[in-house]
Design a protein around this ligand. Structure first.
Ligand SMILES: [Zn+2]
Length: 80
């Protein structure tokens, strides 16, 4: 249940008070700090801010490592 809630929070739909509904949101980089970045979530319906998310340096390293792992997948295996 907790896992489900966490996934809902990171999903691209958030409740908008102005639209009074769960709306698709757009992520916008709001602030870059030495140890973290802050993202703003904007409602695609009325363009008002419906939430914020902080990405710490640790999170970024993990995302980077995951991306590197994916890119390291050998493409040359398609060769006959
Ligand atoms: Zn809205």
């Amino acid at each position: 249940m907790n896992q489900q809630q966490f996934e809902n929070f990171t999903a691209s739909t958030l409740y908008c008070k102005t639209c009074k509904a769960a709306m698709p949101v757009r992520e916008r980089l709001l602030l870059v700090l030495p140890d973290k970045e802050i993202f703003d979530y904007l409602c695609t319906g009325c363009a008002s801010s419906v939430g914020q998310r902080e990405v710490t340096a640790g999170d970024k390293l993990m995302a980077l490592a995951a991306r590197r792992r994916r890119r390291a997948a050998p493409a040359h295996q398609l060769m006959p």
